[in-house]
Design a protein around this ligand. Structure first.
Ligand code: GRF
Length: 209
């Protein structure tokens, strides 16, 4: 019988879902303190949904577009997300390649419970096209960060990071692949810290016990 009380986690995706897969794989271990209880995608044919179904995890598609293909008001979309997460009694939310910017209201409502993974050593290289910019900048190290989400994009307090080298002949693709491998180890580690109460958000800072 399992002795670890698992926290209930919802994962928000938009695409291939390889980080989702790393969280699913980790969650199968009896000693891992989280279970994925819901996967939501805003894109109907995202491969991550298939990964969730294969693992027997409930899925929802919540489109950011309305019936005529126009973007819904952000608050309406976020209210749908929020309702689905609460209906599944989700305690923590992991963004894993989720390509929508969340409203301040949603972020505040989930403060300290909302995590994101970003493929750089934050606060360096926030935003998109990270690997191109890392190579262009000529830095010798890059990596991945898991952080608490705050209203400002990619600006939340870092929970955990992983460093990888930038090699002489790297292309954005080769660097992305090296960083992605690191991401797959990092996200479960960071989620463990948060679920075990060993990392939390306090007064806008990440605090570690
Ligand atoms: C990852 O590189 C993640 O850091 C970024 O989006 C990508 C998602 O990849 N936020 P996947 O869908 O998890 O494979």
């Amino acid at each position: 019988m399992s002795t670890v009380k698992k926290c209930r986690v919802g994962v928000l995706i938009s695409g291939r879902g390889s980080n989702l897969q790393s969280l699913i794989d980790a969650s199968f271990a009896e000693s891992f303190p989280a279970q994925i209880v819901l996967v939501i995608s805003n894109i109907e044919d995202s491969y991550g949904l298939a990964r969730a179904r294969t693992a027997g995890i409930p899925t929802r598609v919540i489109s950011h577009k309305d019936a005529v293909g126009k973007n819904k008001p952000r608050e309406d979309f976020d209210a749908e997300l929020n309702a689905a997460l609460h209906a599944s009694n989700v305690e923590f939310v992991c963004l894993a390649g989720f390509m929508r910017i969340l409203s301040d209201g949603f972020v505040r409502a989930w403060e300290g419970k909302l995590l994101n993974i970003h493929p750089s050593l934050l606060p360096a290289f926030k935003g998109t096209n990270v690997h191109e910019r890392v190579i262009a900048a000529g830095v010798k190290q890059s990596g991945a960060s898991v952080h608490f989400v705050v209203p400002e994009l990619d600006a939340g307090p870092v929970i955990s990071q992983s460093v990888v080298p930038v090699l002489a002949h790297d292309t954005p693709e080769t660097l992305a692949a090296r960083v992605l491998e690191a991401e797959h180890r990092l996200y479960p580690t960071a989620l463990r810290l948060v679920c075990e109460g060993r990392a939390r958000l306090e007064d806008g800072e990440a605090v570690f016990a």
